[in-house]
Design a protein around this ligand. Structure first.
Ligand code: ADP
Ligand code: MG
Length: 332
């Protein structure tokens, strides 16, 4: 099968919203009047971001999901994407499953594939997404990393740490009961981009980022871009399939033998969560609750933005945690 047959067979579909889709030298996108294009690109490399033998259906989903997550963080509505693929071989069942996983998520967000590039090489998937953000009275409604102000509340959606739990279990570092592992692997392999929440937070949140590298590092980006600090109640970070850290220590919940420090580390530094971390003025609490409700996304208030630079981690009693309390080097 040649490159053009492959594209026609697995990826070419009629354009729906784009002025011109796959088949010419460029695609043409017509942004609606009064909107900006939000653009983001993420690359997934075999052996680095996924195991080469992962299910192609899940890989198709994840490759697009991590990109949609970036649109969500900016409060952008997905429009279209391009797909650059390096493939070691033209394996038809693999391509069919990959395309199915990809298009299921794309269709769920009405986001269409408008072009790409296909070449032979080590398995590598690079997607660029295009989204739409309204501009109102000359002001973009895009959510940025730089908008957090002292006194704002700090929120996170969903639960953190599940993907890392699955990764550690798969690599034999942890023993996790089968039902928990199944749920955690779902988080790792089929993350849910929080697109509806991002849209609902336009005009409500003051800053936002999606959590891909881990809570600590990604919060660090908001703090740096906004030139502020933060205090975080670590045990409010919901982690591991809906399990609170404060309930974690003594009983080893879910049958997993982890110390409270290790639980905290999963939530604080796990990575691959694809939840939204955002800030909003304290006066917006009701609006944040409405955004969570309309988008059917759980949201937790976990801390506060401070004028003093730096990140302060607090336990359930509000006491400062020493770095070793969260054993940050556990994953080093
Ligand atoms: P060019 O050589 O002009 O870059 P190509 O021959 O690479 O164009 O691609 C032909 C058409 O197929 C283009 O419209 C391109 O965007 C599209 N295309 C190529 N690879 C993919 C892919 N993996 N998914 C979707 N569209 C693709
Ligand atoms: Mg090309």
């Amino acid at each position: 099968m040649g490159e053009f047959d492959l594209i026609a067979r697995f990826f070419k579909r009629p354009a729906r919203h784009a002025a011109l889709g796959i088949g010419d030298d460029c695609a043409l996108l017509q942004p609606a009047p009064g909107t900006q294009l939000a653009i983001s690109c993420d690359m997934l490399v075999a052996g680095r971001h996924f195991f080469a033998d992962v299910s192609p259906h899940k890989l198709g989903h994840k490759a697009l999901a991590v990109n949609l997550s970036d649109l969500a963080a900016c409060g952008a509505k997905p429009l279209a994407f391009t797909l650059a693929l390096a493939l070691p071989e033209a394996n038809e069942p693999w391509l069919a499953a990959f395309a199915q996983g990809l298009f299921e998520l794309a269709d769920a967000h009405d986001c269409e594939l408008i072009g790409g590039d296909t070449t032979a090489g080590p398995l590598n998937i690079c997607i660029t997404v295009f989204g739409e953000v309204p501009v109102v009275q000359g002001r973009s409604l895009a959510l940025l990393r730089s908008g957090a102000r002292a006194g704002d509340d700090l929120y996170v959606s969903g639960t953190l740490g599940d993907a890392r739990l699955a990764l550690d279990a798969q690599q034999g570092k942890l023993s996790v009961p089968a039902p928990v592992l199944r749920a955690a692997r779902e988080r790792l392999e089929r993350p849910t981009p929080r697109v509806a929440l991002g849209l609902a937070l336009r005009g409500v949140a003051s800053a936002a980022i999606d959590l891909s590298d881990g809570f600590m590092g990604d919060l660090g980006h908001i703090l740096e871009c906004s030139r502020v600090g933060a205090s975080v109640q670590v045990d409010r970070l919901v982690q591991c399939i809906g399990c609170y850290a404060e309930a974690a220590p003594a009983e080893h919940p879910l049958g997993i033998d982890l110390s409270v420090e290790q639980w905290r580390t999963l939530a604080l530094a796990g990575g691959d969560d694809y939840e939204l971390l955002f800030t909003a003025p304290a006066g917006q609490r009701a609006a944040v609750a409405r955004a969570a409700q309309t988008s059917r996304t759980p949201v937790h208030r976990i801390g506060r933005i401070d004028a003093i630079a730096g990140l302060r981690l607090l336990d359930a009693q509000g006491r400062a945690l020493e770095p070793h309390d969260a054993s940050f080097d556990h994953f080093a």
